[in-house]
Design a protein. Structure first.
Length: 238
């Protein structure tokens, strides 16, 4: 089996080395970059995860993530010394998939790494034997999902989604009209225990999904909010 490839973009050499040693001990292939520019040059099509420091001289991690999202849906795990909620939301809105606050334990880092890579490889159709035999497409109005190839089409035009966005939309389209609380969505899509602070993570990804699939994201017709309860997908839209 091909080893998963992880890219570490971190200006602190000691932190980079510690993470590299940990990941190589778990049989991952690891590449390193000491700044954002070098990181973008090192990123390749076989990269399965980017571990990205937020605070770096020159090009910040937020800027690097935005550049990555121009051409790749590879998962991005932010490392940040900041703990304010607004900083976390900024990272998620830039296209990040998860974040760890320094200092962190290696056990916590490894858990996040494995979860992100597992979801990404399932999203790419790798390392899974689950065959979709009955129906390759789910279609509602202008939205069509090809479940076999994990593709989204809007008005017959292919549109990019991250693995989290894809899994969230697929879950809701498979259960039209069902109200999903933030906890339901987080535990189903992220496959991790829910904490109250996860509400903002779910909210950001709902917002990003609406920007991609709604004609008017401020007045959504497909993914609607049920105040005090959560979100639902309305399959009755034209």
């Amino acid at each position: 089996m091909t080893k998963e490839h992880i890219l570490i973009i971190e200006d602190d050499a000691d932190i980079r080395e510690g993470i590299r040693i940990l990941l190589e001990s778990e049989n991952y292939t690891v590449s390193e970059a000491e700044n954002g520019r070098n990181g973008l040059e090192t990123l390749s099509s076989d990269t399965d995860l980017v571990i990205l420091d937020v605070m770096m001289p020159g090009m910040s991690g937020i800027q690097v993530c935005k550049e990555i999202r121009r051409f790749s849906n590879v998962p991005v795990l932010f490392l940040t010394a900041k703990v304010q909620e607004d900083d976390k939301l900024t990272g998620l809105m830039a296209g990040g998939d998860d974040y760890l606050t320094k200092p962190f334990s290696y056990g916590e880092l490894l858990g996040r790494v494995k979860a992100l890579i597992r979801r990404y490889r399932i999203y790419l159709g790798k390392n899974t034997t689950d065959a979709i035999e009955n129906q390759d497409y789910i279609e509602t109005g202008r939205i069509k999902i090809n479940q076999k190839y994990n593709e989204l089409f809007l008005d017959e035009k292919e549109t990019d989604l991250s693995d989290i966005e894809y899994r969230m939309l697929l879950l809701m389209m498979e259960n039209p009209g069902k109200i999903f609380s933030a906890q339901n969505l987080y535990e189903s899509v992220w496959n991790e225990p829910y904490f109250y602070s996860c509400n903002s993570t779910v909210m950001v990804h709902i917002r990003k999904l609406r920007v991609k699939i709604e004609t008017d994201p401020q007045n959504p017709k497909y993914i609607t909010t049920v105040w005090g309860k959560g979100y639902k997908f309305d399959a009755r839209c034209d």
